[in-house]
Design a protein around this ligand. Sequence first.
Ligand code: ADP
Ligand code: MG
Length: 356
Amino acid sequence: MNWKKIIAIGLTGCFLFSGCAEQRQNAQKMGEEGTQEDSYESTTFAMDTVMTFHIVAPDGEDLLIDAEQEVKRLEKLFSVTDEDSDIEQINDNAGDKAVTVSADTLALLKAGKQLGKATNNAFDMAIYPIVKAWGFTENEYTIPTQETLDTLLPLTRVSDVTIDEDASTVYLEKEGMAVDLGGIAKGYASDKLAELLKKKGVKSAWLSLGGNVCAIGTKPDGSPWRIAVQNPADENDYVGVVEISDACAVTSGGYQRYFEENGKKYHHIIDPATGKPAESGLTSVTIICKDGTKADALSTALYVMGLAAAEDFWRQTGGFDMVLISKDGRVLYTPGLADRLTEVEGSGYAYACIEA
Ligand code: ADP
Ligand code: MG
């Protein structure tokens, strides 16, 4: 089960994504609220998660179809299960030959590589051999031996992912290597969707791709969209509401996908330094910035880094806001959110602003 952790509070009140429904609801017109007569919404399942698109525009119904088609197109390129996908082709030919890929795949891998470098490899898109060894791909969980991890770790170096932009090719230098865009593809898709919708004149919308929420413009009345950050300890609860406009909010949490063995939880965010689920003292990381691809990669990377390193990373690089939730019950947010984050009274968490 893939627990979702961001609730988008939209025009219809409160939105909660709490599971995987393999269904597509038809575009629904939300006409009952007067000024929102041009709001349209649909839910679909793609990239292994539930996605909801909410568009405020007279031609919203057609735009929802465009958005769904775009996300399915990207899913086909990035899938690790579809034999014909760019990513499968790259992985199948690891250690053998370079593969010609689409412009989107090239752009995404390039961004992934750059974000890997920027985070000192805490974000590692070549982590797939380890993710597979833990069984997170098939939901057939096992705890790999140290020997297995030692064999696989040298196959997870992003520096061995060779991108030739002029030739539009990607080559994995070692046999057994594999890329996994699970930590970044939804972010990229949200950017592409926002770009497409803006080009078609959309001024007000939100897109929720699992834990990635992307806001276009503001609500029709000019007020910001409101995004709730889920309580890591309770999927039906949230610890704060963040106001955003023209920005993305992306959460990574260890509570999202995990298995238990002998009373210990093993989750799906891997520390590339050890090959084991990151035990960093954080339970959730939400990144807020304009660039959805960056927000997605950083949410995963800063979760791996842990509280102190995440704070340092933010101080050194900037360009984004964040909400960190620690195992010991603290909610820490950057000063940029001081006026945009509403705390939840009685949540049991201690709130504090991070010092710049
Ligand atoms: P989700 O996709 O579940 O919302 P994330 O964005 O944090 O959460 O991505 C986690 C996924 O990314 C994992 O399921 C795995 O496929 C992949 N992954 C795990 N650890 C890392 C890592 N350190 N760097 C990059 N990708 C990772
Ligand atoms: Mg991510």
